[in-house]
Structures are given as structure tokens and as C-alpha cells.
Design a protein around this ligand. Structure first.
Ligand SMILES: Cc1ncc(COP(=O)(O)O)c(C=O)c1O
Length: 457
């Protein structure tokens, strides 16, 4: 049987609104051709992010009703803590309101000016928090990560010789931790192999360095290990997940991904002293250590979500659905980045609109056309996002100019995704009517893609 089916029935539905092309063109015009500024009510299929956009299960909703809202020592915290201890083997667990809060605490306790943090690829907020503490955030992906045509099965891997070289160059005393992001979001949800993580651990052990995981998509990563890594197929997902966590001294998690909740995060630390410091900081801004900026009911939903995500039927469907979308797009001739990662499919903007010059944002134009055609909201991860070189003022040319279709968990059916493929194919068929791209109406400072507005050329 090759059909990928949803391993759940639908118990509650949320209507989505069909709009006309005229309505969508008007919405785009009003939003300055920035999809972040289009109201969600005008979006048919929302593929902006997989973060906090998933559907919760009936057991999670039941847990929400059981939520114990006691300020200290709530039953919901006990359940949350026990589940995370069982899955990760960590004794010290702090709840936070989302991933970046965990990152902020981590870097307040280990970061500081003059320090250097190597990572396979820092996610934006991880980089921002490391830099805010004064650290230099260094990305060390393998060379294949930057090659859209490479079919490497673990494109998220860290470049281990480059890590060794960097440690030699800056010195161990300036490295508060080595980080690995699983899966590598910046690289398209590309997985990191167990072999690579073991090799990084070995380097850390030899130099007496901490290893910290950014483990937002730890279960999707474990599924790829089971599928693709020699010698791993017979192991269960909890076994693989546990081995991965056992390699780490600390972990930050945004539970809005594999925690299967709409809000929540986790910080895990093995070191008692660091844990005490982080606990004090948590109380300062997030809340008491047994709720960390969340309600008791959120802790229940997380405890349940972290268990459900380990189910193989779920992971087969989840990763399979994303791969299916990629395969359908490819069949229609839509240029995508291969292999498809765990949570998103990336359309190559430069190949999709070869006639649009780089400074006119081809990938942003793909996002705009997908919305016009099918009410599909995607996000540009390319020239617009990356911004300008602060020294020269020139637009930076990223290795790839991409339109990301990010799939929320347990939300859209195969038919919804067929609609996305239809929209992309229709735009592609008419691509030569579009040989000019977009120009800034207002260029935002910092992360440009949230606030900049455009006009069509
Ligand atoms: C790899 C990675 N790390 C950290 C974060 C930050 O998590 P949050 O948005 O919950 O703050 C994200 C969110 O997208 C992510 O993908």
C-alpha cells in the first residue's frame, strides 16, 4: 500500500474561505505585496509556517480541560516533567513560553562577549539570542547543504573538520557550547545523522566542550535516521530519540513544532548549577519554575503532544505528506530543492522565474503569484529576507532564493495540497507573462521580510 493516509479522523472542522482573484489582488495591493500583512481570513491554504499552527488531538484537548492551574507544583507540571524525563533522560526540565525564551535563558547563563558558538546552522532567533549575549554565532554546515542539486541524505549535518578547525582557531575557552539544530530549519528541514551527532559529541568530549541541541523537530529527525541511516531501521523512534538526547548537555525546544502545541517551549540542562541560574532567570521574566509563562493546561497539551509525536504512523504520514507535495510539484516541472526536508518544500525562485532579475526578488514573486492564483500563502526565504551587506549597502546574494511551502501538522489534507500544486502549475505555465519582479515601496530595516512593502514592476 503506497497511499499516504492521515492516521486520524476529523472531529472538529474550521471553515476556510474561498476568495476571488479580484479579492486576492486587492488584498495583496493593500498589503504591499507582503504576505505577512495579508489577513489570515483572506488566505485559503496557509503555508507560512509549521510553528504553532498544528491541530491538537482529542487527548490534548481533554488534557486542556484537566489542566491544573495551581501556581506552584501543579499536577500538570508533574505530568509534563515526567513525560519529558522519560523521553529525554534529562532530570532538570524547565517549561518556557516558546523556543526563543529557552534560547534567551540558555545564552544568559552560558553566553557573553567574546565567545563563539558553532552550530550546523543557527535558526534566526538562536542567532539573535547568541548575539544579544555578545557571542559570535558561526554556522558550519556540510558543503552539500548549499547545493540545491545534492541528494545527500543528511544535508543538515555539521561539518566536523570545520568544527575542529574552528576550535583550534578560537580556543576551547571561548566556546561556551557547540550546538546542533535538528532538523536544520534554515537548510529546509534537512536531517542530521546519528553518526554526525556522535562525531560532534566525540569532538566535544576531546576538547571538554558542552553540546547543546536545538531540538524543535527531534522526532522528524529521528524518523529520517530510521529511514535513511544504515543500521537504524530496526530501532524504535523512542530509542533513537533517547540516544540523541543522551549525547547532549543541554537542549532548547520550541514545542510549537514536534511538541504539537500552539504555544510552549522547553529548556533541558544537565548541569545543576546552570539549571539553578536558568531557574532564577525564568522566575524573573517567564514565571515560576513549574509553569514558565504558560497555563497548566498548556503543560498538559505539551505532555500529550510530546508522546503522540513519537508514533510511527504519525511520522510516516507527516514526513510522507511533505515528500508527496514535493514529488507532485516536481512531476509538474516546478523546480524544488531536493531532497525534500521534514516540514517544508522549497521552490527555487531563480529557476521558477528565470527572467526576473535577482534584485527584483524572484522567490517573492513566486509567493505573490501563488497567492493570486490559489489563495496559498508561502514565505520567501531568500534575497528579501537576507537583507543588505552593512559595509557596501548592496543586496546580499544568498546561495538560494527560495519560496517556502511550510506544512502545518495534521491540518491539511492531500486535496488541499493538490490545490497548491494546481496553483503552482498554473503560475508556471504562464510564467513568461511575468518577466519583471518587485521593487521596494518601503524597505524595512532588520529582518526585511516581516515589514517591507513592494510594488509590482
Ligand atoms: C530550529 C528552530 N529553532 C528555534 C525556533 C524558535 O522557536 P519559537 O518560534 O517557538 O520561539 C524555531 C522556530 O521556528 C526553529 O525552527
Amino acid at each position: 500500500m503506497t497511499t499516504i493516509i492521515e492516521p486520524f479522523r476529523i472531529k472538529s472542522v474550521e471553515p476556510i474561505r474561498m476568495t476571488t482573484r479580484e479579492e486576492r489582488e486587492a488584498a495583496l495591493d493593500k498589503a504591499g505585496f507582503n504576505l505577512f500583512k495579508v489577513p489570515a481570513r483572506d488566505v485559503l491554504i496557509d503555508l507560512l509556517t509549521d510553528s504553532g499552527t498544528g491541530a491538537m488531538s482529542s487527548e490534548q484537548w481533554a488534557g486542556m480541560m484537566r489542566g491544573d492551574e495551581s501556581y506552584a507544583g501543579a499536577r500538570s507540571f508533574e505530568r509534563f516533567e515526567a513525560v519529558l524525563q522519560e523521553i529525554t533522560g534529562f532530570a532538570h526540565i524547565l517549561p518556557t513560553h516558546q523556543g526563543r525564551a529557552s534560547e534567551r535563558l540558555l545564552f544568559e547563563v552560558i553566553g557573553g562577549p567574546g565567545l563563539v558558538v558553532p552550530n550546523n546552522a543557527h535558526f534566526d532567533t538562536t542567532r539573535a539570542n547568541a548575539e544579544h549575549s555578545g557571542c559570535e554565532a558561526v554556522d558550519l554546515p556540510i558543503a552539500e547543504a548549499k547545493d540545491p542539486s545534492s541528494r545527500h541524505p543528511f544535508k543538515g549535518n555539521m561539518n566536523v573538520p570545520a568544527l575542529e578547525a574552528r576550535i583550534g582557531k578560537v580556543g576551547v575557552e571561548r566556546i561556551p557550547a557547540v550546538m546542533i539544530t535538528i532538523t536544520n530549519n534554515r537548510g529546509g528541514g534537512q536531517p542530521v545523522s546519528l553518526g554526525n551527532m556522535r562525531a560532534v559529541r566525540e569532538v566535544c568530549d576531546r576538547h571538554g566542550l558542552r553540546l547543546v541541541l536545538d531540538a524543535c523537530r527531534f522526532a522528524e529527525n529521528a524518523w529520517f535516521i530510521k529511514l535513511r541511516e544504515p543500521g537504524q531501521a530496526h530501532r524504535t523512534i523512542p530509542e533513537i530519540v533517547r540516544e540523541v538526547f543522551d549525547l547532549a548537555d543541554g537542549v532548547t525546544i520550541s514545542a510549537k513544532k514536534d511538541g504539537m502545541v500552539n504555544i510552549g517551549g522547553v529548556l533541558l540542562l544537565r548541569d545543576e548549577t546552570l539549571f539553578q541560574k536558568a531557574s532564577e532567570l525564568l522566575i524573573l521574566t517567564e514565571g515560576y519554575v513549574t509553569y514558565g509563562g504558560l497555563a497548566g493546561r498548556d503543560l498538559e497539551a505539551m505532555a500529550q503532544g510530546f508522546q503522540e509525536v513519537l508514533d510511527e504512523d504519525y511520522l510516516r504520514y507527516r514526513v510522507g505528506q511533505v515528500a508527496q507535495l514535493g514529488a507532485w510539484l516536481e512531476e509538474e516541472g516546478v523546480p524544488i530543492v531536493r531532497p525534500v526536508g521534514g516540514h517544508a518544500v522549497f521552490i527555487d525562485g531563480r529557476l521558477f522565474f528565470p527572467d526576473i532579475p535577482e534584485d527584483e526578488f524572484p522567490a517573492q514573486a513566486v509567493c505573490v503569484e501563488l497567492y493570486k492564483e490559489g489563495g496559498v500563502r508561502a514565505v520567501e526565504i531568500g534575497s528579501n529576507l537576507i537583507g543588505r551587506n552593512p559595509d557596501t549597502g548592496e543586496n546580499i546574494r544568498p546561495a538560494m532564493d527560495l519560496c517556502r511551502l511550510t506544512i502545518p501538522r495534521r491540518v491539511y489534507s492531500s486535496e488541499h495540497l493538490e490545490h497548491v500544486v494546481d496553483a503552482a502549475k498554473t503560475v508556471l505555465d504562464g510564467q513568461h507573462s511575468r518577466s519583471r519582479g518587485l521593487a521596494f515601496l518601503k524597505e524595512a530595516q532588520g529582518i526585511r521580510h516581516f515589514a517591507s512593502t513592494f510594488r509590482e514592476l
